[in-house]
Design a protein around this ligand. Structure first.
Ligand SMILES: [Zn+2]
Ligand SMILES: [Zn+2]
Length: 528
């Protein structure tokens, strides 16, 4: 007897692990409800019990979804990674509570350090512990310092364990689709921090740049400069392919919205207006392309792609370019629709439907009408992105109970300056990309407002990680970056004097060489 297709046989362990067994003694009400518990507990802040279920599985009668094209082992690996990182940060409060209860006992310092080493993996600042006998333990300072030490510890671990071996393969894949460089500009919203590794499932090294901008409104001039650098490298060094290879440069802009609370939890930079967000991204892409075509002759051009992300479900919407590379807000493939339409198919018919969906979108008439289909490489690329994202839709579905409970903000720290490439994960950090505080003041104010609710309300300081990258090939660059950290820190403390005076701003300053895999360096060690 063939039992392989028996119902329930293909349910992954993730779906069943958290569910209580049903039996004769199970009350009927429980059986009816069939609540699927999520791996992640919902965060206290911005928890909304009225959140509708994930549209991908709302037709589902309590049966866990399983899409034939989902990469289950990758989903398990990413889940383990996310759980580890987030639990590490969330454990800090519990450990510090335990340590605080010991502060008047003999051998306090030794016992506190032993607990910290065992539970957190690092030692606490000795001077803060040593002062505990005279006044009470300074929990704010201890908390702020612990978050920063955890950050550096996890970054250090990530540097040693990050799998880079997929990079060549992904590079080969992009080249196969006709692209020698892929440059992605998402919005700087913390919910898009997992874009490359989680939502699009691309290996880091394969993407030339993924600098985030508020509202995905990337700096066209800076992008033209990066394009020039990329092309120059092809001419001078033949990397990754020579200039005559006929490959293209792909620029991707990523906007976002919230399907369950579209008017409040969408893109803050565009007043949660999804049309405005998409339009702005498309406009920048067109300007970028225009800039390249106007400035450089001989048919120099780039391919553009506009992608939207629903930050509740991580499902993407890909705007399909036409044969001329032009896009429309009204011509797209919505991956959540595709997920729903193919979840019960076998792998090959699901794949077939997916390719057909791209062609059907291209054939649309009316407002979204374009001039035919995109070239074959672009079609292949879009198909791969859609397939990759199916795994992420299921990831959110099965681990978060259909939809993220923290549809709003639940970041663990504010990241000022440049992002830590070691952490590419949703809602871990609020990124304020500042050159000077004056310039980035609105971004910073939003971050402080979010953390006033998240932390200050509970008496906890706001952890602020000021981080800049430098180029070790440029003399003095490291020292200048370190000084810049100090200037930014002073400016932040000057802008929020009340918080600073109460010890509610816990700033840490670090710099890091631009070369991939470089260690994070403490500014105190450089300027001392
Ligand atoms: Zn589902
Ligand atoms: Zn945004």
């Amino acid at each position: 007897m063939n039992t392989r297709n028996r119902p329930g046989q293909r349910i992954s362990p993730l779906h069943t692990a958290t569910r209580q067994p049903y039996g004769l003694g199970t009350p009927a009400g429980v059986l009816q409800a069939r609540a699927r518990q999520s791996v992640f507990s919902s965060h206290e802040f911005s928890l909304n019990s009225d959140v509708p279920p994930n549209p991908a599985c709302s037709t589902d009668s309590g049966r866990p979804c399983h899409h034939p094209l989902t990469n289950e082992s990758e989903n398990r690996r990413l889940l383990a990674h996310e759980v580890k990182i987030k639990n590490s940060f969330d454990a800090i409060v519990q450990v510090l509570k335990r340590i605080a209860s010991l502060q008047h006992e003999p051998d306090f310092e030794q016992r506190a350090q032993a607990i910290a080493r065992e539970q957190l993996g690092f030692e606490l600042p000795a001077d803060i512990l040593a002062d505990a006998w005279v006044a009470d333990l300074d929990m704010r300072a201890l908390y702020g310092e612990s978050v920063m030490r955890m950050l550096r510890l996890l970054a250090e671990q990530a540097r040693h364990t990050n799998p880079q071996q997929d990079t060549d393969e992904a590079m080969a894949f992009f080249l196969d689709s006709g692209y020698h460089a892929v440059d992605i500009s998402p919005c700087s919203d913390g919910r898009l921090k997992g874009l490359v590794r989680y939502i699009l499932r691309l290996p880091d090294g394969a993407v030339r740049s993924r600098k985030a901008y508020a509202g995905a409104m990337f700096d066209v001039d800076a992008n033209v400069k990066r394009w020039v650098e990329t092309e120059l490298m092809r001419f001078r060094e033949g990397r990754p392919v020579t200039a005559d290879a006929g490959t293209r440069y792909l620029k991707v802009a990523v906007y976002h919205w919230s399907s369950s609370n579209p008017t409040h939890e969408g893109c803050a930079a565009h007043g949660s207006n999804v049309t405005a967000a998409a339009e702005a991204g498309l406009k920048r892409l067109n300007e970028f392309r225009q800039a390249i075509e106007n400035s450089f002759c001989c048919g120099a051009s780039v391919d553009n792609l506009l992608i939207g992300v629903d930050t509740d479900t991580d499902a993407i919407k890909v705007h399909i370019p036409d044969a001329d590379g032009a896009m429309s807000l009204y011509r797209f493939v919505d991956n959540i629709e595709l997920y729903r339409a193919t979840v019960n198919d076998d792998a090959s018919s699901a794949r077939l439907k997916l390719h057909r969906a791209i062609l059907e979108a291209s054939a649309i008439t009316g407002w979204g009408a374009g001039n035919g289909e995109p070239h074959e490489g672009m079609r292949r690329l879009i198909a791969s992105l859609l397939i990759n994202n199916l795994s992420q839709i299921e990831y959110v579905c099965s681990n978060w109970g259909g939809r993220y409970a923290d549809i709003g903000h639940a970041e663990r720290f504010i990241n000022v300056g440049e992002g830590f490439e070691e952490f590419q994960m949703r809602n871990l950090a609020y990124l304020a990309h500042l050159h000077t505080v004056e310039e980035g003041a609105p971004d910073m104010d939003v971050g402080i407002k979010i953390f006033t609710k998240l932390n200050v309300k509970h008496g906890l300081p706001i952890p602020i990680a000021i981080h800049y990258r430098y180029d070790s090939r440029v003399p003095g660059c490291r020292e200048r970056s370190a000084e810049r950290c100090q200037r930014i820190r002073a400016a932040i403390e000057g802008r929020y004097p009340d918080l600073a005076a109460k010890g509610l701003l816990a700033c840490s300053m670090t710099v890091q060489d631009k070369r991939p895999g470089s260690p994070i360096e403490l500014v105190e060690a450089i300027t001392a």
